[in-house]
Design a protein around this ligand. Sequence first.
Ligand SMILES: Nc1ncnc2c1ncn2[C@@H]1O[C@H](COP(=O)(O)OP(=O)(O)OP(=O)(O)O)[C@@H](O)[C@H]1O
Ligand SMILES: [Mg+2]
Length: 392
Amino acid sequence: MPLSEFELAVLRARLADAEETLRAIRTGEVDTVMVAGKEGSQVFTLEGAGDAYRVLIESMNEGALTLAADGVILYANHCFARMVNRPLEQVTGSSFYRLLSTADQTALRPRLKRMTKSGAKIQVMLNVVGGAKMPVQISLRLLAKYGSNRATIGMVVTDMTEARRNEEQLRALTHRVVQVQETERGRVALELHDNITQLLCAVLFRSQALADSLSTRDGDAKKEAVTLRGLLGEAADEVERIAQNLRPSILEHLGLGAALRETCNEFAERTGLSVTLTCPALADRLPPDTELALYRILQVALKNVEQHAKARRVTVSLMQAKGFVELVIKDDGIGFEHKAESSKRKGKGGLGLFSMSERAGHVGGAFTLKSAPRRGTEIEVRIPVGPAAAAA
Ligand SMILES: Nc1ncnc2c1ncn2[C@@H]1O[C@H](COP(=O)(O)OP(=O)(O)OP(=O)(O)O)[C@@H](O)[C@H]1O
Ligand SMILES: [Mg+2]
């Protein structure tokens, strides 16, 4: 019996569907197919559908693993086996925890147990055969969850040796720059003091003699000589101020409190900003390195306030508690610029923040910066002193 037009149209549509499915299977767009039958739908998994992913994972330059929630390695790629210097057969089926120190195990365990879809990142040291340790970053992600205590976790392990080395080199370089800066400042201060100030004083003395030798009858000439003498006096004071900032003898002679006060007063006078300093009398002198670090950090922070913050008020506080001394510099300015803008400026960054962090780190301290657009900036430096410093 010939088929009706309608039946032919239905058959043509089913044929087009089937052809589309075959095309998608061939190109790897699908890896499972659901076929509707009389007893409901049946799911068919296509063999080899994961090949493309497997090739990708095996060609990665990072370790890729799947773990059970108890840390047993269900799958690891060859790169990970090479990282830990073990045969792949030994790695698969063993516990990931065995590759970590006890402290790192303690850090990782709760994260694996309470794994969420959004994932987590953690830095640990991986035990490599032969006793070596490799700094790695682990990115974790929940792949599947079966019931309340069974899950499969995906893990990507990135070797951070190179990144750590670069970080250390950068730190050493910054330290060197800060040291050279300090030496150079000392040299310039000495040059200014020994040559320029001496010269200015000689000229000042002569101009004073000139002013004295002229009588009031000389009129304008006498007036000019007196003005000249005044200007030379100001220039000599200014050069002394610069030399003083470059090599703070006040720090050596009168201590940190006086040096911080002098810096704040001079800053407030020059910029017109309101500066409030809270600085209790310190019981003892701090180690010279710590005093110099705090003094220089204040100078750099105030320079940044002047150059970038558009602030009206600055508060500076020095606090000594048991085992540490803390300096906080806070402004009410525009805060750090938006991320997008700051990434545009990347590479053009200055040295100020680096040098503050380096100076704090050099004396065993911590440098923290808190800032948000239009919310001002706060710099906190905490340095251990006394027995705590020795322990640090
Ligand atoms: N108090 C502040 N308020 C707002 N922005 C700040 C403040 N301090 C620093 N910044 C921002 O951080 C950037 C980096 O500061 P940093 O002191 O490291 O470099 P710089 O001041 O640009 O150059 P340099 O200190 O070498 O002269 C600044 O360019 C500025 O955008
Ligand atoms: Mg700066």
